[in-house]
Design a protein around this ligand. Sequence first.
Ligand SMILES: [Mn+2]
Length: 305
Amino acid sequence: MTNYDIIGDIHGHADTLERLLVKLGYQRVSGIYKHPEGRQVVYVGDFIDRGPKIRETLHIVRNMVEAGSAHAVMGNHEYNAVCFHTPHKEEGGFFRSHTVKEIEQHLETLRQFKDFPDEWESFLSWFQTLPMFLEFPAFNVVHSYWNPSHITWLKENYKPALGGLTGSFLSESSIKNSQAFKAVEETLKGPEIALPEGVFMVDKEGHVRSECRLKWWASTKNNMGEGVMECPETERSYPMPPGSDLSIYTAEKPVFFGHYWLKGNPEIENKSAICLDYSVAKHGKLVAYRFDAEHNIDSKNFIFI
Ligand SMILES: [Mn+2]
């Protein structure tokens, strides 16, 4: 049985990734990282944007996937990149508009690939065919949110082997409030909910938001402090916004995900849903979880830099 190392969001921090791979026992052979015992990495997505070595990160990851020493799912940044660069034939423009906010988020990638247009094209084609979730015998992996009904929808409608993010798939999934839109959006970006009238939040980029990100994996959701990401100190005791899913996520197979820019040292809040994103791109940590056969979820299996 294969053993796995699941690795959180990298965002162009290739040097940290290489140090983590070495710490996990992977060795670079003919330019490709492999584990002498046949362990495999599973990447949770968000390889690009923000960090200093985006090209290097992509080469490390794709080489490993192609050589069979890793698997990868799509992050919202890879999805956004495909949308940013794919023209919307029916409506004009692109599937992701070229506004200041969108360009800012993608700028480091554009800059670092400026002199390597062919290479960028080939990575974009690779992004298009990344799976949006992966199921292993003893665990599942997704970038943001494992919702069984979204996963069922994706199994029936999203076909990485038949082109993945094709123009027609993007057209369908860009129709706001369609089932396609919701499945893709929430799987890659997580569930959000409108804040009560008059309550606003400021996100990490300084944008004022009238919606908040739900901590879908939280083990208690008695108030906004427990169930909402980046909840302002003054609103922590507020009740959860109306319409929030207050159920506690449990599943036979644990799911590993990234996306949420958690801070501090990795911890397990819910043994069924384990976040591996600890903000390497904001002076945080790059985190892996070692998953061996016959497994009990335990925080001693976090390995990080
Ligand atoms: Mn993300």
